[in-house]
Design a protein around this ligand. Sequence first.
Ligand code: COA
Length: 207
Amino acid sequence: MKRIAIVGGGGHGKVCASIAEQLGYEIYFFDDHYPSIKTCGKWHVIGNTESLQRSLNDFDSAFVAIGNNVVRLAIQLKLELAKLPIANLISPSSSVHETVKLGSGILVVGNACINIDSVISDGCIVNTNSSIDHDCKLDRFCHISPGVSLAGEVTVGELTWVGIGSSVIQQTSIGSEVMVGAGSVVIDNIPNGLTVVGCPAKVIKYK
Ligand SMILES: CC(C)(COP(=O)(O)OP(=O)(O)OC[C@H]1O[C@@H](n2cnc3c(N)ncnc32)[C@H](O)[C@@H]1OP(=O)(O)O)[C@@H](O)C(=O)NCCC(=O)NCCS
């Protein structure tokens, strides 16, 4: 059985582990709150990121199960430098077209659909029941929350978080480090670093 080290023993970690289990991995959790946190769902947390660095050879691959985009990026970069292969966790109940280009450290949760000729870069989360239509491009470490719909040819910049239940119309470009509030409807391009909410989505914060 392949052994995977999952970093991040919170609720998101449980989701990642449940998919890793479906993919046939033996799961070992690491979390910097260890030993205060000793379990994650039914799994044991066996150390922190420092102890993982000391036991890299015990694992076939690793996965960073942290929802915060910036923290996920920082930890994945450290593991990549340590030469531990970073897995993709793609739920068997999701649908990813064979032409989709995938980086590493990607999570695709159940019932998500990624359509033809899309590109999903390193560290992206495509969460439960979300729909990424044809020719979309997700840049590194962005998070597409549950129930989001991206129409065709949408681009999403690095470290951007699209909130739960949002919709984005076709050929829209969302910049990097953008926050799209829950339930928003994006109909215009969004420059970098903004928080937008509502229908149609309007700016409420500048970085
Ligand atoms: C957009 C968001 C990040 C803003 O959070 P915040 O910076 O703490 O902002 P506030 O809660 O102070 O809200 C600021 C204003 O925007 C409004 N607002 C916030 N989120 C909104 C949303 N999603 N839709 C419409 N209006 C929203 C608030 O009502 C408030 O309006 P007011 O100034 O008239 O009172 C947050 O509300 C949100 O939507 N997060 C997404 C959560 C999510 O998708 N989780 C999925 C986990 S997988």
